[in-house]
Design a protein around this ligand. Structure first.
Ligand code: ADP
Ligand code: NI
Length: 217
C-alpha cells in the first residue's frame, strides 16, 4: 500500500467555503461510495479515495473538474507522490462529470464518476434537489410529472440549459431533466445495482409528492 500522500485533515480546510449541494458533506458521501465500489470492482482504492476527496475542490463551478484536477496535481506533487499516482488521480477528477468530456478511461475514474452520480439520486438525491431549490429560492412543486414531461418536451438537456436558473424550475423538473436518467449511465456493475434501488425510491417519492400536492392522498 502506498503511504498516505494526503489525509482527511489536509482535505477538510479545502472545502471551507462550499455550498450545501457540493462541499465536504457531499465529498465524504461520494468518498464512502467510491471506495465501496472500488473494493467491489478491484480498482486501486487509494487512487479512488484521493480523487474522491479532491474532485470538487475549485472556486468556479463551471469548469470545476479541470480546476480541481489542477489543484490535485499541485497538492500531490508537493506531497511527493509518484507521477503515475498523480496522473491516475487527475484523470479521475477530470472525467467525473457525466455531462462533460473527457470520458473516464480507467476503472478508478469510472468508480468516482459512478459514486458522484449515485449521490445525486435516491433519498440523498431528493434531499439535495430540495436543498438546492431552497437555497436558490425556487418553488417546491408546480405540476405533476406527466404534465411536466409534456412541458419539457423531447430534449430535456436543452430544457435544463434554458430554464435551470429560473424560480419555476422545481426539483420535479430536475428529476425529469437530469436525475431520472442517471441510473442508466453507471459504468460499473456494483454502481448499477445500487443505482437501481436508489432510482426506484426516488421515482416513488416524486410520484407520491404529486399525489399529495394534488390533494389525492
Ligand atoms: P455537477 O456537480 O455534476 O455539475 P450540478 O452542480 O448541476 O452537478 O448539481 C449538483 C446537485 O444539485 C445535483 O444533485 C443536482 O440535482 C442539484 N441541482 C442542480 N441544479 C438544480 C436545480 N436547478 N434544482 C434542483 N436541484 C438542482
Ligand atoms: Ni461531486
Amino acid at each position: 500500500m502506498p503511504p498516505p500522500y494526503l489525509t482527511l485533515d489536509d482535505v477538510r480546510p479545502l472545502y471551507a467555503g462550499s455550498d450545501g449541494a457540493h462541499g465536504l458533506d457531499h465529498v465524504l458521501r461520494v468518498t464512502r461510495l467510491a471506495v465501496r465500489i472500488a473494493r467491489a470492482e478491484a480498482a486501486d482504492v487509494e487512487v479512488v479515495r484521493v480523487a474522491a476527496w479532491l474532485h470538487d475542490v475549485a472556486e468556479e463551478r463551471d469548469d470545476h473538474h479541470l480546476a480541481a484536477a489542477r489543484v490535485a496535481r499541485d497538492l500531490l506533487a508537493r506531497a511527493r507522490a509518484p507521477s503515475a499516482f498523480i496522473e491516475a488521480v487527475a484523470h479521475s477528477i477530470e472525467a467525473h462529470r457525466f455531462s462533460h468530456p473527457p470520458e473516464p478511461r480507467t476503472l478508478e475514474a469510472q468508480c468516482l464518476s459512478d459514486a458522484d452520480k449515485l449521490d445525486a439520486i435516491g433519498a440523498v438525491g431528493v434531499a439535495r434537489a430540495f436543498l438546492f431549490a431552497g437555497v436558490h429560492g425556487n418553488r417546491m412543486w408546480t405540476h405533476p410529472l406527466d404534465t411536466l414531461a409534456d412541458l419539457i418536451g423531447p430534449d430535456p438537456r436543452a430544457y435544463r440549459r434554458a430554464h435551470a436558473g429560473q424560480q419555476d424550475y422545481t426539483p420535479s423538473h430536475e428529476l425529469l431533466c437530469k436525475l431520472a436518467g442517471l441510473a442508466q449511465t453507471m459504468y460499473t456493475a456494483t454502481a448499477r445495482s445500487l443505482a437501481q434501488e436508489r432510482h426506484a425510491f426516488m421515482m416513488a417519492f416524486f410520484r407520491r409528492l404529486d399525489e399529495e400536492a394534488l390533494g389525492e392522498r
